[in-house]
Design a protein around this ligand. Structure first.
Ligand SMILES: NC(=O)c1ccc[n+]([C@@H]2O[C@H](COP(=O)([O-])OP(=O)(O)OC[C@H]3O[C@@H](n4cnc5c(N)ncnc54)[C@H](OP(=O)(O)O)[C@@H]3O)[C@@H](O)[C@H]2O)c1
Length: 495
């Protein structure tokens, strides 16, 4: 297996499932439409000028297949989603006219598709650290023909490629082979997310819907959240699930991403799922773990945007400086790959109906149909951010996963891009200046439902222009404290 290895968190439902489905459909095509450049980038755009990424990044070949790792907290739900996903891919391939290039390409590709399930509960730092260990773990594959066993798999932590376990060499009559569970990771797609909703303020929402329908759907304020909800690690629950848990996964799988970049040439990518709803609605000095704000969902997505941006800025600087940390002026160099080989992009699915609305506990039977009707109307009257299926909402994630990086603009490449209009209740309404910090790549569609990736310029938070960098260093200190505590605990358990 030499193809892409893509991890998707929260892959068992909603947008995460849509991303997995769309990835498989796209990769089974000889010309994946989502991998085609979609934005105008000036010739000397940020990425185009970096030597490391100017070549076309992914040399798709059907024989390579793909390994899709569905990282989910509930193994049962994950298994159900895996079965559904493979059935959808088979149905798609069966629908291609036989005898065509497309059909034979997809048939060869299908043989190389591996869909793996891994457990990951983002509300537990231990689970996120264990996830990192599990995906890089190595196994000995034993073929013991004398015992009529086809495969017996033993875990041999710490063994190097080429080594053979003693237990295996003593007993087996045939071959012992050491295999990494995964050779590397090419993409992390940080999709999983949640919110600490208590309920929907129905009269308020109906009022907003009739007075400002597009804003009511794109920037809802009537999803009432409660503060003070913490995980068993005593961290803000929404903060940990949406941002910090993913940061821990990134740091504990970073070596696997670097392995990909070194083995295959192009850079590895981390896609961070944000939202149109992202808003700096927290106190960065006093509430960075978002336990006090009653807008922890919006604030966690703001942190996603700016954490991702801070990591990417460091990667770009390091890459441009040829890996020289001092010249790049990068502190905490271990947060990024030594020569900036890991790139970070912030994405959004737009607005789409998923089971996240169940968290609002709406007491109206069949409310999902009313919601779909409202979405349809809002899209028809002009919102390009409201989509009707999770497959369509996955377009930004899949495009940003597959397109060459030189075809992806940064804020520096589009200096004239201006933030969108925000409603009167939004922190970004009446911005003192329209300075853009970064671009968030979101799924969009036209009135007839034709989806395409777009981008939204995200404004600088003028009151705290350096908040992303400050947060990143705090995240790193907390990550190191948890990782050290976990190591001590593991050592203690051994002695
Ligand atoms: N739908 C939208 O309109 C919209 C808009 C903007 C942004 N988003 C973002 O898109 C992403 C996907 O949301 P969605 O709408 O697809 O919601 P969803 O249907 O509720 O899916 C959320 C996924 O995240 C998983 N998850 C939640 N908490 C987790 C945890 N502690 N550990 C591991 N996995 C966890 C869920 O697993 P379980 O099934 O086990 O609960 C589920 O697979 C989220 O980041 C969300 O913020 C969605």
């Amino acid at each position: 297996m030499t193809g892409l290895v893509i991890v998707v968190t929260g892959a068992n439902g909603g947008v995460g499932f849509g991303i997995c489905h769309r990835l498989l459909v796209q990769l089974s095509s000889p010309c994946p439409t989502d991998a085609r450049p979609s934005f105008d980038v000036p010739q000397n755009g940020t990425y185009a000028s970096l030597p490391h990424v100017v070549k076309d990044e992914y040399d798709f070949s059907p024989e390579d297949g793909v390994t899709l790792v569905m990282a989910c907290r509930d193994p049962k739900r994950a298994q159900g989603a895996r079965v559904k996903l493979l059935a959808l891919l088979d149905k798609h391939i069966a629908g291609l006219p036989s005898g065509t290039v497309e059909h034979s390409y997809a048939t060869v590709f299908r043989r190389g598709v591996r869909v793996e399930l891994e457990t990951l509960d983002l509300a537990s730092v231990k689970s996120a650290l264990d996830f990192g260990k599990t995906v890089s773990k190595k196994y000995v594959v034993l073929c013991i023909s004398a015992l009529s066993l086809h495969h017996a798999t033993l875990s041999t932590r710490g063994a190097e490629p080429g080594q053979v376990s003693d237990a295996g060499s003593a007993k087996s009559t045939k071959l012992n082979r050491l295999r990494s569970r995964y050779p590397y990771i090419s993409h992390l797609i940080f999709n999983a997310g949640t919110a600490t909703y208590s309920h929907l303020d129905i009269p308020g929402f109906v009022y907003d819907l009739f007075t400002q329908p597009i804003f009511a759907i794109q920037h809802p304020t009537r999803n009432i959240q409660v503060n003070g909800i913490t995980s068993k690690d005593h961290l803000g629950y929404a903060w940990q699930c949406n941002v910090f848990g993913h940061y821990v996964v990134y740091r504990s799988t970073q070596d696997m991403l670097i392995k990909y970049a070194r083995a295959k040439g192009p850079s590895a990518r981390v896609l961070w799922m944000s939202s149109l709803d992202a808003e700096p609605s927290f106190d960065p000095a006093d509430d960075w773990q978002l336990t006090k704000t009653v807008h922890s969902y919006q604030a966690s997505k703001w942190q996603v945007d700016f954490l991702c941006h801070a990591l990417e800025q460091r990667a770009i600087r390091l890459q441009a400086a040829g890996g020289d940390e001092r010249r790049a002026g990068v502190s905490f160099p271990e947060l990024v790959a030594p020569s900036g080989e890991i790139h970070h992009v912030t994405i959004s699915p737009g607005v789409v109906a998923t089971s996240m609305s169940a968290l609002l506990k709406i007491p109206i039977p069949g409310y999902q149909w009313l919601m779909l009707a409202a979405f349809w109307v809002v899209r028809f009257i002009g919102s390009r951010h409201v989509l009707m299926t999770v497959y369509a909402a996955a377009v930004s994630a899949v495009h940003l996963a597959l397109v060459p990086l030189r075809a992806v603009p940064t804020a520096a490449d589009v200096p004239d891009a201006r933030p969108e209009e925000y409603p009167s209740w939004h922190s970004y309404c009446d911005l003192p200046s329209p300075r853009t910090a970064l671009l968030r790549f979101g799924s969009e569609n036209d009135r007839w439902g034709k989806e395409a990736p777009g981008f939204v310029p995200v404004p600088v938070w003028e009151a705290h222009p350096n908040a992303g960098e400050v947060l990143l260093e705090r995240f790193e200190r907390l990550y190191q404290a948890f990782a050290a505590a976990e190591e001590d605990r593991a050592k203690g358990a051994l002695t």
